[in-house]
Design a protein around this ligand. Sequence first.
Ligand code: ARG
Length: 259
Amino acid sequence: MKKIISLVLVALIAVSCVMGLASCGNSGSTDSKAADSKTEEVKELHMATNAFFEPYEYYKDKKVVGIDAELADAICDKLGYKLVIDDMDFDAIITSVTSGKADFGMAGMTVTDERKKSVDFTDTYTTSTQVIIVPEKDSKVSKTDDLEKASIGVQLGTTGDIFVSDFKEAKIERFKKGADAVLALTKGKVDAVVIDKQPAEKFVEANEGIKILDEPFAEEEYAICLKKGSDLTAKFNKALKELKKDGTVQKIIDKYIGD
Ligand code: ARG
């Protein structure tokens, strides 16, 4: 009996040692778990995005392509990582980065002070503005102020959403995808859609009967977000700088935004 008890004890001690060691091994790292999951082979970096935002990220032949996808690939290449793209709702990206599920977020994401409270941003890689899309004919909205009396479609959690939230009288419909907001517009379910300029141009190209209003909006800067304090941010900035200098960034943008 004594022998059995001591055998069990030895086994228990062994098991707890192994578990202790395992957790010790993890606690020392500063980068997120996703980056650490593969130690020996090529390490992966997980990019959180919302891939319904042409020309920045969208599906082509079941693959996510676009400016962000290609630029992320170029950065990962430089840093010796393999890029893995995780597609999700736009409003889940920041949580995914802060929790360490993803290593970075890249989604035509505008740098805002509010977002800076939860994540760090790299240097900016391009700029954009918000625009208003309306029906080509008989539009209820012909200038920004008209939004006050309108029903407006936006993508949930975007800067377009934040912008229209100031119109207290307006009826705001928040959609998971920008494309769904545009669909509602083409069906006459909303009077206008507020969204970033380049995706808006792609939507207008792809849908009959809608146009972009020529109204001025403030410029927004797009950047990559990372977990606060991540040592990847400096590496990303270094890679970005080199890719700007050698013309890669511009080449990628030109490839997707032909003027
Ligand atoms: N620039 C806007 C923002 O940061 C919209 C981005 C939406 N991106 C997307 N991939 N759906 O809020």
